[in-house]
Design a protein around this ligand. Structure first.
Ligand code: 5RP
Length: 262
């Protein structure tokens, strides 16, 4: 691997081989979703605990202080909205030149395997990997399901993750599911977990993150279950303990309970 590619990846994936990314890119198709109406205010207290920020160029420039920003994974795909016909109909919407201008550590885009626009999203991934290899920028592929959340099982997600890796993604972001080892074992590049819509309790989040880490994930790219929570810093500290200190679910809950009082 070339020096630049390696250096960018090492900013994101910590020396223990693990990572905690904070995605705040949801507005690119959901608009001002709950608790992300003013992204700058929501993320300011969370920035110290994020190993990377997954964000669009618009929110990055408007809401993130360049003097105090964690390494950035720039979302470069889009073109649909929650009220449009089909969330899978995305294109590449940000140039590699702008990604370089923003000094990003990686770029990220969604693929929609099994959708009407499967072909387009996979060809876009190939194009993005070609451009990024030229400049030593890692690509994170997002295995997106649009509104079809029920698709998230090991058979489907292992197919998506493997295809993303075959196309040259350096990291794949997918959902946790039952039998998650099938997903990580079939994917030759590191896998990080997204959270999906907010869970009822923080303990559910600690449990699936712990299970996914035990089964081969290297970390998370977890958004709503953090910043839509009433105590996001406490959740982040507990999750960091699972990811970086191999804490148990019980330990994480104790950290959360303690931090919540602070
Ligand atoms: C949204 C994304 C998010 O980055 C991803 O889904 C993770 O966020 P959450 O944990 O809220 O699902 O790709 O477009």
């Amino acid at each position: 691997m070339d020096w630049g590619m390696k250096n960018r990846l090492s900013r994101l994936i910590q020396s223990d081989g693990r990572c905690m990314f904070l995605p705040i890119d949801h507005g690119y198709f959901q608009g001002p979703t709950r608790k992300l109406e003013r992204p700058g205010e929501t993320i300011a207290p969370l920035i110290p605990y994020a190993d990377g920020l997954f964000v669009t160029r618009g929110v990055l420039r408007a809401c993130v202080d360049p003097d105090n920003a964690p390494p950035v994974i720039l979302r470069v795909s889009g073109g649909t909205s929650i009220i449009g016909k089909d969330l899978s109909h995305e294109s590449l919407v940000t140039s590699i030149e702008d990604a370089i201008r923003l000094n990003v550590s990686a770029v990220g885009m969604s693929i929609f395997v099994g959708s009407d626009y499967e072909y387009d999203s996979l060809v876009n991934l190939g194009t993005l990997v070609d451009d990024c290899e030229t400049y030593g920028i890692p690509v994170m592929a997002v295995t997106a399901v649009g509104k079809e959340l029920e698709k998230r099982d090991a058979r489907y997600l292992s197919l998506c993750c493997r295809i993303a890796a075959e196309f040259g993604a350096k990291v794949v972001k997918t959902y946790w599911c039952e039998n998650f080892e099938k997903v990580t074992q079939g994917c030759p590049v590191p896998v990080v977990m997204a959270g999906g819509p907010k869970c009822e309790t923080e303990r559910e989040v600690f449990s699936f993150v712990h299970d996914g880490m035990e089964k081969g994930a290297i970390g998370v790219n977890l958004g709503r279950n953090i910043w839509q929570h009433a105590h996001p810093v406490a959740v982040m500290k507990a999750l960091r303990a699972i990811i970086h200190e191999k804490a148990s679910v019980k330990d994480a809950q104790e950290i959360y309970d303690q931090e919540k009082k602070a």
